[in-house]
Each structure stands twice: as C-alpha cells, then as structure tokens.
Design a protein around this ligand. Structure first.
Ligand SMILES: [Zn+2]
Length: 292
C-alpha cells in the first residue's frame, strides 16, 4: 500500500494533500456533531443532521464548509442562522489534517489525524461546558497506547525488528501517559492546597495523559508548561471563543477568578508539539537532561 501511495504521490502531487484536506473537512463535520451531541448524552448516529426547527438538512446543504457558505449561514427550511463555528471547525480540521499529512510519513500522519480530532472535539466541548467527556481523555489515551504499539514510528522507533520497536513505542506511550497525568495531578493538588479550592479538574489530568500517549513524555511536559504559556497569551481569545458557541448553547458562567478551561491550552500546545515543535523541544530536553 505504501508503494501505491508513493506512485500516486509521484504521478499526481496534488492528489493526496487534497484528499487529506477533504477527509479533514468531512471529519470536522462529524466532530461538530460530537461536540454538540456527546455532552448532551444524545446518539451521534441518529437522527441524521437536522435543523433546530426539526427539518432534516439535505446533503448538499450539509457539505463541509461549502454548505454554510452557499446558504450564507442560514437554514434553507426556516432561515434560522447557523453559527460560524460549524464551518470554522470544518476548515480548521481540514487545515490540520493537511499539515499533518505534509509533515509526517503516512502511518504517523493517520495517527496524528486521530490525535488532532480528539484534541479539537475536547477543546470545543471544554469551552462550552468546562468539562471533557472520558471519550476524549481515557478513550484517546487508550487509542494512543494501542496505536503506538501498532505504528512504532509514532515514537521514532523504526528499527529492523517490529516486535522490539512496538514494545519500545508502547513503553514510550505509557511513559508519556503516566508522566503527563502525574504532572497535572501534582499541579492540581498543590494549587488546590494553596488556593484552598479546586484549581484543575480530573478531566485535565486524564487529558494530559492522552496527549502523552501520542507525544511521549517530552510532548506531555511541553503541553503542560507550553499550555500555561499559551493560556496566558491566549486568555482573551479563549474568552472570545466562548462567545462563538452555537446560539442554542449558553456557555457555563465564567466569573473572574473561576476555573478557566485548561483543556484548550493543553490541546493547542499538544498539537504544536506533534506538528512542528517536537524537533526543537526534544533537542532542548536532550541538552538539559545530561545535567542531572
Ligand atoms: Zn429550520
């Protein structure tokens, strides 16, 4: 299969990247469904896409990004406005899938698609509800460990013996999961003791573990501290993002000093590490660690 992918890539250089973007847009469309329905405890399969007025949405109006643009953000049935967040999530997923495809070999890129999809859904659910369902924390972490065993290249293991590579990669994944979760748990416990109130939820502990399962411990540690930096810089943006919630959802109240969703910050830093920063971050750790 890799040989035929290489043949396709050589003959039609635009084909595979375009396919990656289109797959991303379609996955983004499904993520929109997950983001709205999972926290509400609704089935993600049936009923099919429908407007708030109850009318089903035709496939041509439901095309990722294009459907929203062609209908100028309004429903065909009743003219109700659709939030710009739907096409935004689809476009973002398409761009992330394309970037992941360009930056990683195919098997690693597909693992990245799963990882980035989980990060995206978790981010928007956390923004809306200040919680992340176990599907995107425990579930994503489990998938990360299994995918690491199946595709050792995810953790840079590409030796001659698959069984040995698989064992090393799976170990690196578990290490990332435990160190990521442990780090956030300790920060949460310490902050809780100092501030005398819950500073971070168990959802963040599990979510950092999931990031470690895909990125290894370097990535997990970077996500936690890089996430704190991202959060400080992006706090105004995150608060604005909450206003982009669909009209039907009133975001959970967020008073000054209340818990700020940390999931989106972990997710942004985790995605940056996976896509572009793993090289320099790993090099920094390698230079720093021999000091001990
Ligand atoms: Zn309608």
């Amino acid at each position: 299969m890799l040989a035929s992918l290489a043949t396709t890539a050589a003959a039609l250089p635009w084909f595979l990247p375009t396919a990656a973007g289109v797959i991303g847009a379609c996955v983004g469309s499904f993520l929109n469904v997950l983001i709205v329905r999972l926290p509400a405890g609704e089935s993600v399969v049936s009923p099919g896409s429908h407007c708030a007025c109850g009318a089903p949405i035709a496939w041509r109006d439901n095309l990722p990004v294009l459907g929203w643009i062609l209908r100028r953000g309004r429903a065909r049935c009743c003219g109700r406005p659709f939030s710009v967040r739907y096409p935004a999530v689809e476009l973002l997923t398409a761009l992330l899938f394309l970037a992941c495809w360009r930056l990683h070999p195919p098997a690693v890129a597909v693992g990245g698609w799963i990882f980035l999809s989980g990060l995206l859904a978790a981010t928007f659910i956390d923004l809306d509800h200040l919680m992340i369902p176990d599907t995107f924390t425990l579930g994503l972490g489990l998938v990360g460990v299994l995918y690491s065993c199946a595709v050792p290249a995810l953790h840079g293991q590409a030796g001659a013996f698959f069984a040995l590579d698989s064992l090393r990669s799976g170990t690196a994944s578990l290490e990332g999961l435990l160190i990521g979760s442990g780090l956030v748990l300790w920060i949460a416990l310490l902050a809780g003791a100092v501030l005398k109130k819950e500073a971070m939820g168990l959802g963040d502990v599990k979510f950092a573990g999931a990031i470690g399962a895909f990125c290894g411990w370097h990535g997990a540690v970077f996500a936690v501290f890089g996430g704190a930096v991202v959060g400080t810089l992006a706090l105004p943006l995150i608060l604005a993002g909450r206003r982009l919630a669909r009209p039907a959802v009133t975001p959970a109240p967020l008073a000054l000093g209340a818990r700020v969703p940390f999931g989106p910050m972990l997710a942004v830093a985790g995605a940056l590490y996976f896509l572009v920063l793993h090289g320099p971050v790993d090099a920094w750790f390698d230079r720093f660690l021999p000091l001990f």
